[in-house]
Design a protein around this ligand. Sequence first.
Ligand code: 5GP
Length: 199
Amino acid sequence: MTHDGENIMVILSSPSGVGKTTLTKKFQQKYQSFKISVSHTTRSPRSNEIDGVDYFFVSKTKFEELIKKNKFYEYAKIFGHYYGTLKEYVDKTTQTNDILFDIDWQGTKQLSKFKNLNLIKIFLITDNKQELKKRLIKRNQNTKEEIEKRFNSFDEDIKHWNDYDYIIINKNLEICFKQIEKIIENRKNKSSIFFRKVQ
Ligand code: 5GP
């Protein structure tokens, strides 16, 4: 992985419905130095999703072709669909920007193998599982079956908290956002890099 050693790579993982996507988008809006890593997936787009912005939506055949050609830094099968991070996309982005990954624990394990990366691994959890289910239903972005799959994966997901540098309990989105900012600022200060804030 080509990397200049200065730009940082933040992984944000969580069980579905904990608020990761909202936080990721909020972060990108506030900090121009950060780009969100746009993954490839074989799942169908939701009504509010845009190809090339939320994901690159591809067929299973195309995805498997990319696997064969060794184009991914990491990929995983989640809820019956493939999700993966393309090498070329990350290499290009990290030349000029910090990057934020919204990936699961399987992808985190794979990225962690690249020891030269300036990775910060953050795991977001909730202390209220029932609230999570309500949020998944309220979000109204998945079929009943998909909601069940996401809810049922909670117990498996949290088993992997130990693979992360920081665990944050998302009780309040604003507080949680500030905690993530603090973690990143600390790392940035260590590298003496100016952390650019969008005014
Ligand atoms: P969703 O279908 O709700 O958008 O995402 C399902 C799960 O896939 C989420 O936990 C998300 O973090 C994860 N995910 C999204 N993109 C990637 C990726 O490129 N690699 C891996 N390993 N997980 C991903």
